[in-house]
Design a protein around this ligand. Structure first.
Ligand code: GLU
Length: 289
């Protein structure tokens, strides 16, 4: 599947777990514009690892909305739910390198530990999205304790041992953002999830593997994923994958300055279509020219 890297390759990678909104329209249109200007290709990746929340109906609606908007793809779309084996193999590789540990705690148990630490006056670290770091209890288990736990319960998650992972790579870890070199700070994320019991991979792992598989050279996506790029760069180093260039774009916000959500009806493309809006009206609404 490997292709020569001479032609720039862009991708739009939505998740069909809700309706596409104006923010998705902006991202897809910007990807198409930049791909065309660069004489490159634009690929679609359907990020449907959450096979419960991502439904065939939402996927059909998503494809139809994008077509209506005038987005065209240069290759057949990639569907992540067909790539679980690739993700499992990469996880095994990281496990074999001693960089992964099983996490047994539920969200409730994590919250309890964090709250108790707070009461005792400890400032608990939080990741750039505001989620508390996973407590070190599971990482610090000795071999016997871990074997005993694995004998009695299935892990809730598999986590990257962030400190070990950082020892493995050769610094500095950077990424190319437009014309700048950005220092990546994956440590800020703590021991990120690589796979879960209910979803056998994570967005981060699947994303970097598929970007490499699709030979993506340019990643154009919303600013909400800017900080996550540090994790992606780390995983690319650990898995020996080439780093694409990144371009994080502005987010389309609602009238209260909040990020749009997939559950809001009035900004979903399908609802705007039903109200009689044209693709051009959408471009005007998001300030895309
Ligand atoms: N699937 C992600 C989303 O819909 C985007 C992932 C990416 O562009 O890296 O937010």
């Amino acid at each position: 599947m490997s292709q020569p890297k001479s032609q720039p390759i862009f991708r739009f990678a939505p998740s069909p777990n809700g309706k596409l909104h104006l923010g998705h329209a902006y991202s897809a249109l910007l990807n198409q514009k930049l791909a065309r200007e660069a004489g490159g290709k634009l690929l679609l990746r359907i990020e449907d690892i959450d096979t419960v929340r991502c439904t065939p109906e939402l996927e059909t609606q998503m494809l139809d909305d994008l077509k209506w908007l005038g987005i065209e793809w240069d290759e057949k779309p990639m569907r992540q739910s067909e790539n679980f084996e690739t993700y499992a193999n990469a996880l095994k590789k990281l496990q074999a390198a001693g960089l992964v540990y099983p996490g047994f705690m539920s969200r409730g148990e994590v919250t309890k530990i964090v709250n108790e630490a707070k009461k005792a006056g400890t400032i608990w670290p939080r990741d750039p999205d505001g989620t508390p770091h996973y407590p070190p209890n599971d990482k610090n288990m000795n071999k016997n304790q871990r074997a005993e736990m694995l004998g009695s319960s299935a892990p809730n998650s598999y986590r990257l041992d962030m400190s070990k992972a950082l020892e493995t790579i050769v610094p500095p870890l950077q990424w190319h953002e437009k014309d700048m070199h950005i220092e990546a700070d994956p440590k800020a994320w703590g021991d990120v999830v690589l796979a879960r019991r209910d979803i056998p991979t994570s967005y981060h792992l699947a994303c970097v593997l598929d970007d490499a598989d699709q030979n993506i050279t340019h990643i154009v996506r919303g600013n909400d994923l800017y900080s996550a790029t540090a994790i992606h760069r780390l995983l690319q180093e650990l898995l020996d994958l080439e780093a694409p260039r990144y371009h994080h774009h502005k987010l389309i916000l609602d009238e209260d300055g909040q990020k749009l959500s997939k559950s809001r009806k009035d900004t979903s493309l399908s609802d705007l279509r039903e109200q009689g809006k044209s693709p051009n009206d959408i471009k005007i609404l998001i300030g895309f020219s």
